[in-house]
Design a protein around this ligand. Sequence first.
Ligand SMILES: [Zn+2]
Length: 143
Amino acid sequence: MGSVMSNATCPSCEFEGAQDDFYYKTGEQYMSCPRCGYFEGHTILSDEDGNFKRYKSGAKKGEFKWKHEITKGGISFRYRPKGAVASSCGGIPKRKLNDFLEWVQNNRNTFEEVFITYKENNKWLTKDVLSGNVEDFSYNGMW
Ligand SMILES: [Zn+2]
């Protein structure tokens, strides 16, 4: 399915390198921020077979049922399991950070790399969780 990716300003942390992904055939749209982990999605609900679901009642014929979801930004994470090509990434609320770190610690040997990005003293920092190194947040266009 075709989509157009463009840069956007994150509504949560105002980072200008947030990614806006617009699927022009369906009108679905996703925005995600690599810095604070903010995510917003406008998606059409699908059934188990991947077919678009339609409104049951009260909607015009052929109108799709939409889902609008927002994950508030705070701390973003990115990790890659050993042997995996792609990283998983997303946002975690501050209160869930300890759970996340504990989970990483308990599965330490299964990760190739784990990073979290967070704001401290008005500066965005990225921490390499496995080594403990902390650096200024930088973004090269890749997750
Ligand atoms: Zn952000």
